[in-house]
Every structure is written in C-alpha cells, then in structure tokens.
Design a protein around this ligand. Sequence first.
Ligand code: FAD
Length: 506
Amino acid sequence: FLLTLSLLIALTSAAGHGCCNRPPWLETFRRRSLLPVDIINLDSNDTSEFSADYGNIIKAAPSAVLHPSSPADIAELVRSAYNAPQPFKIAARGHGHSVRGQALAPGGVVVDMAALGDGGANDRINVRAAPDANSPPYVDAGGEQLWIDVLRETLKSGLAPRSWTDFLHLTVGGTLSNAGIGGQTYRFGPQIANVYELDVVTGKGEIMTCSREINSDLFYGALGGLGQFGVITRARIALERAPQRVRWLRLFYTDFGNFTRDQELLISMPAGGFDYVEGQALLGQKGVDNSSFFSSADVEKVAALAAQFDGLYMLEGGVYYDSSSSVDEKLEVLLKQLSFVPGLNFSNDVSYTDFLARVPELPDDGTLHPWLNLFLPKSRVRDFQIGVFKGIIKDTDPAALVLLYPMNKNKWDEGMSAAIPNEEVFYTVGLLRFATAENWKFLDGQNDEILRFCEEAGIEMKQYLPHYTTQEDWKKHFGDKWDRFAELKRKFDPKVLLSPGQHIFA
Ligand code: FAD
C-alpha cells in the first residue's frame, strides 16, 4: 500500500493549527502514512474554503485537507485514522452546499471530493445505454460529480436520470446522502430511489460495492445516511430516454385550498399528466421577480393581484414533449381540471436542458442562509399554513423563496435511511431565506419558533437536510429507524470517524 499512496495534504493554520500548533495525531499520521512531504502545503488559503459552507453560518477549520486522486487514497486515509492511537475525524466534502456545517471536520481531515474528478470530469461518468437486452440503461458516476455534468454526459446518448434536484451544482454523493428531491419526486421517488449500486469507502477503510442484493445493509444505510457509514465514490443511477423540450408553467392561486388540491390532483395522475410539479408561497411579496420566466407585463399583472390578496401561491409545472407530440392539446385538457385564477397562467417553452439547469450557481457574496426544510404530512399542511405563513413569518422581510409541494410516499423506499412522515402524501416546505450578519439570528429564531409550533401542534414533521445537535433529537428524527441506524454505524464506522459535522454520534 505504501507504493500506491498519492495523497495531497494541505495543513491549515487557519484555526490555530499552524505549523507550531498542529494536533499531535497529525504528526503521527504523517509519519506512518508516509505522505510525500514535498507536497504538504502550509498555505491556509488552500484550506479556508473547507472551513465553511453555503450556509455561511458555521465556520470550523480542519487540520488537513485530502485531495484524493482515487478512491484508494480515501480508503488509505480512513484506514490511517482507524488505526491511529488517536483516531481523527473525516468529512467528505462534495460541493459544500450544506447550510449547517455538515461537511466540515473541525480539527480533522476534510476530503476534497472534487479532486477525484480532476483527471477530467467525464472520466468518471460512464453511460451504459444498452447494457444488455433485458437491462435498463444506467450511468456510473463518481460520488464527486456534479449533477449538471451527469446531465451533460448522459444527454450525449439521448438519456438522462429521471429524478432531479432544482439546482444541479450539487454532487452525486452529497444529494444521495440526503435524498435528492424536486418536481419529479412524486413520480419517480427521490434520487436515492433511483440508484442500482454504490461503491463506498466504509469507516474501516474498506472499499465495498453494494446494491439491493449485495451488501444490502450498506446500500440501504448509505442512501439518505448523511455520510455516516462511508464515502460514496461511485453510484450507478437509472436512466431514461430524455425528452427534447418542456412546456414550463406557472399558475397563480389566491386560495390555498385550491392550490394544494390542484397539486395533489396532479401528483395523483399517472404518466400523461404533468411531468414536474412544484409550488411556491409568495408571502408578503409584491409579486414575482422579473426573472427570465416572466415578461414585464406579466410581472405587473401578478403584482396587481398580490396587492389585493394577503397571500399568493404559485403552482409550477412542467410537461415534457418531443417536437412530434401535441403538447397544446394535452395541456388544454389538463388545465381545464385546475382552479388557478383565470388568466393567471403563464408558460414558457424551453429545451429539457435549460429547464433542468434553470437555477444558476451564484457567487458567494457573503450572504448567510439560515434555511429550514421540512416534510409535513398532508393532513397538517393547512395548519402549517395558518400557523407559519399567516402567523410566525407573516410580516418578515420577504427576501425568501418559500417552496411547497407534495410527493407520494410509495415512491420512497422506506428501507433507506432518509426519514419521512408517516402519511401517503406529504409536502416539502423549504424556507429559503437570505440573511445578513445582522438579521440571521432573528430569522433563525423564527426557525426555532416554527419547530416549536409543529411540536406543540402535534404536526409530525421531519426535517429534510436535518440539523440537530443532541442525540435525543436525532433519535426522535429517525424514530423507528434509529436502532437500525445506530447498528449500522457500529458495523461500518465503529470508531465514529465519518461526517462529524452532522453531530449524530459523539
Ligand atoms: P456537501 O454539503 O459537500 O455534503 C453534505 C453531506 O454529505 C456532508 O455530511 C458530507 O460529509 C456528506 N457527503 C458529501 N459527499 C459525500 C460522499 N460522496 N459520500 C458520503 N457522504 C458525502 N436538495 C434537494 O434535495 N433538492 C434541491 O432542489 C436542492 N436544491 C439546493 C439548492 C441550493 C442552492 C443549495 C445550497 C442546496 C440545495 N439542496 C437541495 C440541498 C443539497 O442537496 C444538500 O445540501 C447536499 O448535501 C449538497 O450536496 P453537496 O455536494 O454540496 O454536499
């Protein structure tokens, strides 16, 4: 193993671990793992980006960063930690788009997953369009790959994954560690339900391939497993034929009941209805922003309505089609069944790629993101609307995107680690608020109030992209799944090395 080791470690001095103040384990680690000393980098600029995440709320420097050139490098690092007299913590960092420090490793080692793809992003995305006569197509993608790159590569074969997040600058390993949800989840399940096989480096430093049939406990555990059981270095993801175009719709409602009824109707339809269903609550806003979707005349039309009503809801839909299909007729039939405000339905016609890649990557301008994402049982979504939208956050500065859309529980695989409510239809609500150093604590206080409100009102919600700091709260979060989750931790990461930023295990 000594010969194959090609690790690039950057030591940070950013958090008091400078050259004269390194933790003792780091010296031992360097000696024992025979790291090539000439590529040890003491420049703290190199590691500062590994000390924070998209949330910009939690900052914690690692002692070192690993830039692996292969999964074997990650395995070697984990084995070194596992065998060290003082085991150290390790966090895989995908694209760092967590908001509560989940991909940080304070004082430990962050694995810069992007380095795995440095040989050229597409070396680690391999499409099998026709594996054999009876098997569906799939793509093998490195855990470090961004979904936008997976899309570009699979489209070359006229194929694409079928379940997406709204934003594609996230890694395969990062979203599969949570669930990966979006407007196709109601039909195909979350991204974790669309995976055939994984390669995982466990917390003992073993490289294991797993699937529903082989090492199935690791497979089910790792999907939605918050990085607790291993580092996902490859995922085999289901593909389908990619449509050419999308009719992208936005329909407005002043009545919350009509809005959710229509969403639920659409997600109950088999193929032949919409292909994408999401929604937003426009709270206290003067209307919609003049994004590329709306013309300026549309913006004024919506603003006039928003001024009259104390809450406006926007159903967002998508209908896929190819140039040959008669999308207009299909839409006419579908729209007749819906109860949006007459005349307030807008549409755009875009390519499938433009539709999926509609949310751009924004530069980090120092904005803080105290985001809260929840899953709510359908039976309590109205109570949530009254208590939260019309109560707790009613008069708050509207610099927010409030997502609200339903999905079908039967499209989730309950054997996987992700925790969801116990109702056949449940909603996701995403309070995506943009804060400054001055007001983020206020907004975060509101988040706490919302969680308290749910608790007191007996709304059995689950946090999505969960953030808890006590094990009691984690036990509650996982509910019936907790014992299994803890058992898998003992099996695959017995020294509790991995993803310390989730604060699940001491
Ligand atoms: P990171 O933040 O780097 O890591 C997240 C966690 O996973 C950490 O605990 C980390 O240690 C672990 N991890 C990372 N890589 C691996 C790996 N290869 N193996 C094992 N563990 C690993 N989510 C949705 O579901 N739908 C959306 O539409 C959506 N949109 C978003 C839009 C924005 C702008 C942002 C900031 C987030 C969005 N998210 C969405 C949330 C996002 O899916 C999660 O935050 C996800 O974890 C981010 O992926 P990442 O690659 O940045 O992971």
